[in-house]
Design a protein. Structure first.
Length: 188
């Protein structure tokens, strides 16, 4: 018994089924061809054509035009773009502190408080910074200045980062079309 290859084609060249059988399916099932269709193709009346890769899970294939159509709504686009902006924010924020071990980062609130107090009043007491200076073998005044510069630098970087994220979220919320929402991205 020999198996026959077949493909059943419906409206607009849509492949309804394909396979092998010992008998060809009836013509009432649709256009029956005596060949198996390659995966992810449609029949153009003469040969099978590739459908192409689905651009995203939100795209659906439009059989009459043989193109992928984005079905993303404005609300869904906003949610997805907010997630992308937030993920990039988290990546960039993590990069600000990546080179410092956790134990050192745990001391930052104390260092920050003392450095800012020193910045506001050079006579402020800074016992933790003074202890760091002694352990490093540098003058306490140098340690205070270094800590203040580091705190100020981090504050500027984090302000820029957080402000940019908030601005991007505002732009996403204000955008009136899916295309406008998708255009809201982090500056290079």
């Amino acid at each position: 018994m020999t198996l026959c290859s077949f493909t059943i084609v419906g409206d607009h060249g849509r492949v309804l089924s394909t396979g092998r059988s010992n008998a060809m399916p009836p013509e009432s099932a649709g256009l029956v061809l005596d060949v198996e269709a390659p995966p992810r193709t449609y029949w153009d009346g003469a040969q099978f054509q590739p459908m192409g890769v689905q651009p995203s899970p939100l795209h659906r294939y439009d059989w009459p035009t043989h193109t992928w159509i984005d079905t993303c709504t404005l609300g869904v686009a906003r949610v997805l773009q907010r997630q992308l902006v937030t993920m990039e924010f988290e990546t960039r924020a993590a990069a600000l502190t990546a080179e410092y071990p956790e134990y050192e980062r745990l001391t930052w609130p104390v260092q920050q408080a003392e450095a800012l107090a020193f910045g506001a009043d050079p006579q402020a007491t800074t016992p933790y910074l003074d202890g760091l200076a002694a352990a490093r073998g540098i003058p306490a005044a140098d340690m205070r200045q270094r800590a203040l510069a580091a705190v100020q630098g981090f504050m500027i970087a984090s302000q820029t980062l957080l402000g940019t994220k908030q601005g991007l979220i505002d732009a996403i919320d204000a955008a009136g079309t899916v295309e406008a929402v998708k255009a809201v991205v982090w500056p290079a």
